[in-house]
Write a protein that binds this ligand. Structure first.
Ligand code: SF4
Length: 419
């Protein structure tokens, strides 16, 4: 196994993803050339629908990091940020984007044309500390950009109360006022409703796709998780809906025919934490021992519904919940979510990716490990790695642990199987 490896994609519809990715980044570069205001923002909140409804260009620096990892640009970006004094212990998204904006951003020969510089920066006052710090650094780097500092209560989803929602609604309204003032464009509320409706459709399709993964054998594995690109960058558009419909149709068909990702699926695995973006091929590794990663923590972020009849409130709720579903969730809730997924997806074993550069999602993994054993009798293995920095990933150590874990799971299943 190589340290950097692309995933083997088996879904025909998912193979179209590179086209969708390329078109999005081309649109970003062209927006700048045409004078359309470009706004940089964190992902997983209600700003994207407002941007598309106002014909503004949303750009997600956090999403650019997996693209850099896939194209092998992260080592040079890390070199820049580490040269500026950013520690190797910090989040890989942070080190990558800070390196990129202070390094090769002006190189138009970058893969996919690179990112256009921001006219607007939405600087979050919620989420994890690194995500807030990324935007502070962007504010310093792009001094000409108009900055709106947004605030959100840092509250676990099970604790959201009406007053939190009222506050989030007022922040969404403040965002709209700021965009109208700074761009001179008026928000058309009918267009916003349409955008929210499209987001809701995309979320419903997403949920249906994820539910089909409960089928045995599963028609869709974590190796195809790149499809989440449309949930990050294209929510609020028909593009996301059309793409996900294609994926769903193909998966539905496969499930009907009993056609799995591999011929003889024996072990169903759950992946906790962010994938290794520079090595999505890791998900195919388990296949040689008949193992398939059928579910993962990350996909939960898009499992939301939005009420298009009340678009502002829907976007406020989305902003409160979406990010929290993955990275700002209490340990109790995280345990609950992982255990539920293990039951729903008939999981045999869990891979706990102990992610060196993402503390918020790694926190609590030992408690999850214990609960899995005690409550469901499901074994787990810890893999030490990093979602962005390949220097923190040892292929040899991974292979030793993964092989032993799968051997053990296979033995257990054989013992449990009636003679
Ligand atoms: S949640 Fe983790 S990966 Fe995402 S920005 Fe925060 S520390 Fe980085």
């Amino acid at each position: 196994m190589e340290k950097k490896q692309k995933a083997t994609k088996r879904l025909e519809s998912a193979k179209e993803l590179s086209k969708v990715v390329g078109e999005y980044y081309l649109e970003c570069v062209q927006a700048k050339q045409k004078g359309k205001p470009v706004g940089w923002m964190p992902p997983m909140n209600g700003a994207i629908e407002i941007f598309y409804a106002m014909d503004l260009q949303p750009v997600f620096p956090e999403n650019w990091s997996p693209v850099c990892a896939a194209f092998g640009l992260t080592p040079s970006n890390f070199e820049v940020s580490e040269g500026m004094g950013y520690s190797r212990d910090l989040c890989g998204y942070l080190r990558n984007i800070i390196g990129y904006v202070n390094g090769p951003i002006e190189d138009r020969n970058s893969p996919l044309g690179g990112l256009p510089e921001p006219d607007i920066i939405l600087s979050p006052g919620g989420g994890c500390i690194p995500v807030m710090k990324i935007f502070h650094a962007l504010e310093r780097r792009f001094k000409e950009a108009k900055v709106l500092k947004l605030d959100l209560p840092q509250v676990a989803i099970e604790e959201i109360k009406p007053h939190h929602l009222r506050y989030a609604v007022s922040e969404v309204q403040r965002l709209i006022g700021f965009l109208e003032r700074e761009t001179g464009r008026k928000l058309d509320y009918d267009r916003l409703k349409e955008a929210v409706e499209l987001s809701d459709k995309a979320c419903a399709l997403w949920d249906e796709i994820m539910t089909y993964r409960q089928t045995i054998p599963t028609p869709f594995s974590a190796a195809e998780m790149g499809i989440m690109f449309v949930m990050v960058t294209r929510q609020g558009t028909q593009i996301a809906v059309d793409f996900l419909e294609k994926v769903l149709n193909e998966i539905r068909q496969k499930a009907k025919m009993g056609s799995g990702v591999i011929e003889d699926e024996q072990i169903r695995l759950f992946w906790d934490n962010i994938p290794l973006w520079y090595n999505m091929g890791i998900f195919n590794y388990f296949e040689k021992m008949n193992g398939v990663v059928v579910a993962e923590t990350y996909s939960a972020a898009w499992s939301l519904r939005l009420d298009a009849k009340n678009p502002i409130e829907a976007l406020a709720l989305k902003s409160l919940k979406s990010y929290s579903l993955v990275s700002c969730v209490s340990i109790v809730k995280r345990e609950e979510m992982v255990l539920k997924a293990c039951r729903d997806y008939a999981i045999d074993g869990v891979i706990l990716h102990q992610n060196k550069s993402c503390v918020p999602i790694t926190l609590g993994q030992m408690d999850i490990k214990r609960k899995l054993e005690e409550e469901l009798g499901i074994p787990s293995v810890v893999i030490n790695a990093d979602h962005m920095d390949e220097r923190n990933f040892s292929v040899a150590q991974f292979q030793t642990r993964a092989d032993a874990f799968l051997e053990m799971l296979k033995e257990r299943k054989q013992i449990a199987r009636p003679q």
